[in-house]
Design a protein around this ligand. Sequence first.
Ligand SMILES: [Zn+2]
Length: 115
Amino acid sequence: MEIQLRRSYCGDDLFPWNCAVCELGYTPRTVMADIVGDEGDVCDDCLAYLHDRHPELFPGVELLDALAAKYPTPVYPNSAAVRAAEKADLDEASRQFEDSYLWRPGDPQVLPVTA
Ligand SMILES: [Zn+2]
């Protein structure tokens, strides 16, 4: 299993759901720990456990916290805004989607500089 950190693309995705590992409910933040190649996301408690067990492979909650502080809003506030952006400029919307991936396995776990 690999995990990537992704900025929420659409604000409509920020509702309570269940962690893909422990299956307990949690509310995702504006930056989420996605399981690569799967629909699921991982809660902070499971991410902390995985990072403690294998820190080279799994990002830490500290990095997720720092990225969530740096990106306190989703890329688009709701699905209507996503549709409008894709209609206006699909290439730009695709670039925004790609840019929503903030950390991937193999990237250094460097905390972002906050202003
Ligand atoms: Zn969990």
